[in-house]
Design a protein around this ligand. Structure first.
Ligand code: FE2
Length: 297
């Protein structure tokens, strides 16, 4: 995931020192942050005039998969290619291409990224182990769903009424979700913690530093993952700590369910405060200023 932020020092301070990502490197106006996994980086920050989503980054298993996805993108009437698949010498390397999706987000698909020597997350440590999932707001949910299913072959896991749809590609219940909203924007990025103890410790560590959770801790009724949402103070982007997501056996015949949009669906534990309008407004965010304008790097 790559975000444009107006105060890159403040955003780096938050994600490195408080959120506990690892500083991997940087160059003019960019900072790369890793987690307790081999991915070169899990979050890229770039200095921009206004907050914007630079890239939704998706990994493919093989170069051939990147080519295949690029072919589907090229043939899709609502997609616009930004670059064709090629070996990249930018940070992380790999074989990648970029395109604009149906809402104008820039999506990057890559394979064979450099692996980074990393320190594993030990029991009791509250560093994230990687990205769990990303939730996107869209003004046209049926179009976004159809687009991502056709380009990436994603599978629907579940719904909340007709306002939120959860998508998977492997066994975790969701790696991507779309929410109906007045505009296109980032809802949140969720980072995986090692387990429930580490999740609570991570939540507590931020609270003890004076950051109030936007919402949580709690456990979602859909996907069964725990959640505590915080807002990065300078850019207002929302990040989630999570763990314990339901895994769906690929051999199991899974029937997507439609959940009611109520308190039990939001938080099965019943300990998180009700999801009020302030929480919804923060998750809705502002219209993304990065739409239809791929980042220059
Ligand atoms: Fe989430």
């Amino acid at each position: 995931m790559a975000l444009g932020v107006p105060d890159i020092s403040a955003a780096r301070e938050f994600f490195e020192n408080h959120w506990q990502l690892d500083f991997v490197g940087g160059d003019t106006g960019r900072v790369f942050l890793g987690a307790g996994c081999q991915d070169h980086h899990v979050l890229r920050l770039r200095a921009t005039a206004e907050p914007r989503v630079d890239l939704l980054s998706l990994a493919a298993a093989r170069d051939a998969d990147v080519d295949e996805i690029a072919e589907r993108v090229a043939a899709h009437p609502l997609a616009r290619l930004v670059s064709t698949p090629a070996t990249c010498d930018d940070a992380g390397g790999g074989y990648r291409f970029r395109f604009l999706d149906c809402d104008g987000r820039t999506v990057e698909v890559s394979s064979g990224m450099e692996v980074r020597p990393f320190r594993s997350v030990e029991p009791g440590e509250s560093r994230p182990t990687g990205i769990s999932h990303v939730v996107l707001n869209t003004a046209d949910l049926p179009a976004a769903l159809a687009f991502y299913r056709s380009v990436f072959g994603l599978t629907v896991s579940d719904w909340v009424e007709d306002i939120m749809v959860f998508l998977r590609t492997g066994s975790p219940h969701h790696m991507l979700a779309f929410t109906r909203a007045p505009h296109t924007s980032l809802n949140h990025i969720a980072f995986e913690l090692r387990g429930i103890d580490e999740f609570m410790k991570a939540t507590g560590a931020l609270m003890n530093k004076g950051f109030s959770p936007l919402w949580g801790p709690g456990r979602h009724g859909v996907g069964a993952n725990t959640f505590t949402y915080f807002q990065e103070p300078s850019s207002r982007f929302v990040a989630e700590y999570t763990t314990g997501m339901l895994r769906i056996d690929p051999d199991h015949e899974w029937m997507p369910r439609v959940y009611p949009g109520n308190a039990q669906t939001s938080d099965t534990w019943g300990v998180a405060a009700a999801r009020d309008e302030a929480v919804s407004a923060s998750l809705r965010g502002c219209p993304d200023t990065g739409l239809w304008q791929p980042p220059p790097v």
